[in-house]
Design a binder for this molecule. Structure first.
Ligand code: FES
Length: 316
């Protein structure tokens, strides 16, 4: 973690503020790949992950945008109500689970609400590199659309705003938007879980999973539902076998036995706790591994996921 200073705060939309962050020691920041996020610790000591939405090649400052959540547990609310320009925050290095596919020849970005943030950094990169792309931004109304003036001014002919689309009309709107792109275009989406689920459903009609990329801001309760059972984990380096009872998470058991595993969100969305699986069948309950990664069963999100087999062998 490093100290950063809030250089500027801007109201970007109703309940969405952007924060321009510079290093407190005046040094340039690391460059990052579009889609990356950082851990940011606010004045209440709560750490949350926020996507970087500035031009990725600009090392003078990072821009993050924060939506004030009604159910805030101290993260977004504190950043809206307890900080001001000039204050310092703690920030981690950029990490990325949501990259532009380097093999893609065309890209379609579907954003809803605050989900526009990682897609904005992707749009900067795609515009800079001259690759074909289009950004579709869905919001309740113009007042709820963050960065709308920036998007309209900077990416004018590449951005299409969709305001007030009713849930029953979403399928048709997404289908029509996707029909403007070639069948080999890769699809990227970020926003509320029902929106992303619909994007994935529509996109999957015309392309395989490999062409569909998404990032969750919040855990989708549907992926972490259902009964949980006990299982065993074997630590490959020592052969030690640990029992994971039904009322404990895998990461808690591992940490209690001295395994060095970092956690941040503990909700299966940030990817900090991912562990390599050498044998056994994980029961994936996270929202950060891709469908392809989940199908490969070589990784597990230790904070929320469990096991379908009686034992997992972990690369620990
Ligand atoms: S701690 Fe964030 S995914 Fe496990």
């Amino acid at each position: 973690m490093m100290k950063v200073r809030i250089e500027r705060i801007v109201d970007e939309a109703l309940d969405i503020r952007s924060f321009r962050l510079v290093r407190s020691d005046g040094q340039p920041l690391d460059s990052y790949e579009p889609g990356a996020h950082v851990d940011l610790t606010g004045p209440t000591g709560v750490t949350r992950q926020y996507s970087l939405c500035s031009p990725p090649q600009d090392r003078r400052a990072y821009l993050v945008a924060v939506k004030k959540e009604a159910q805030s547990r101290g993260g977004s609310l504190a950043l809206h109500e307890q900080v001001e320009e000039g204050m310092e925050l703690e920030m981690g290095a950029p990490r990325n689970l949501f990259r532009l596919d380097p093999t893609a020849t065309e890209h379609v970005l579907f954003a809803a609400g605050i989900g526009v943030t990682p897609l904005l950094s992707m749009a900067y990169r795609l515009a800079e590199s001259g690759q074909p792309y289009r950004l579709h931004y869905f919001a309740r109304s113009p007042e709820y659309a963050a960065f709308s003036k920036l998007l309209a001014d900077t990416f004018a002919d590449r951005v299409q705003f969709h305001y007030g689309v009713e849930p029953g009309d979403m399928d048709a709107a997404l289908t029509e938007s996707l029909s403007q792109a070639g069948s080999a275009a890769h699809v990227y989406t970020c926003g509320p879980a029902p929106f992303m689920n619909k994007v994935v459903e529509v996109a999957a009609r015309s392309r395989s999973d490999d062409f569909i990329h998404l990032e969750h801001f919040q855990a989708d309760p549907a992926t972490n539902a259902g009964p949980v059972g006990a299982f065993e984990v074997e630590l490959a380096s020592s052969g030690v076998v640990l029992h994971v009872p039904a009322d404990a998470s895998l990461v808690d058991v591992l940490q209690a036995h001295g395994c060095d595993i970092d956690t941040e969100c503990r909700e299966g969305i940030c990817g900090t706790c991912i562990v390599e699986v050498l044998d056994g069948l994980p029961e994936h309950r996270d929202n950060c591994l891709s469908n392809k990664e989940k199908a490969g069963n070589k990784q597990i999100c230790a904070c929320v996921s469990r096991a379908l087999s009686a034992r997992l062998v972990l690369d620990l």
